[in-house]
Design a protein. Structure first.
Length: 154
């Protein structure tokens, strides 16, 4: 799935809606998604504004295929935008609960990203030593022991 499709689905937007916002024909967005042409810089900036994407994360908009980490980063962007634009109601306790829910979801996504990064490192290390069976099985046993430790500690 192209990143634009993921952004559009989370924000409940259609190509037509975004095309109107950018002042372009809707088929141009399909050209971006299919990789026929890159997203022009000025449209990239407007898309960052629309989705509240920090400049350092603008690369996410151009990804043709998303990893689990990319999806979580996009969800964090969405929930930070929701938190920023949250309109408080009359009940202070409900307002606080909603804010805490958003913050908890963001924190959970951030922890999941860290876990996925560690798993990727582990995968790389194990595959890196797979050509040396003794080293591979020694490291694999360490990982299994660590998993058991974690399970027993919960």
């Amino acid at each position: 799935m192209h990143a634009l499709d993921y952004f559009f689905s989370l924000w409940k937007l259609k190509n037509k809606d975004v095309a109107e916002y950018l002042g372009i024909p809707a088929p141009q967005i399909n050209d971006w998604k299919k990789g026929r042409r890159p997203i022009p810089k000025h449209h990239l900036e407007k898309l960052c504004e629309l989705f509240n994407i920090p400049k350092e994360k603008s690369y996410l908009l151009q990804k043709e295929s998303l990893t689990k980490i990319d999806r979580l980063e996009i969800e964090i962007i969405l929930y930070k935008a929701k938190l920023k634009n949250f309109v408080e109601g009359d009940d202070e306790q409900i307002n606080k609960a909603i804010r805490m829910n958003f913050e908890a979801y963001i924190a959970a996504c951030e922890r999941n990203i860290e876990a996925l990064k560690v798993l990727k490192q582990l995968e790389d290390e194990l595959f890196g030593c797979s050509h040396v069976p003794q080293l591979f099985y020694k490291n694999l046993e360490k990982v299994k022991c660590l998993i058991e430790e974690i399970k027993n500690g919960m």
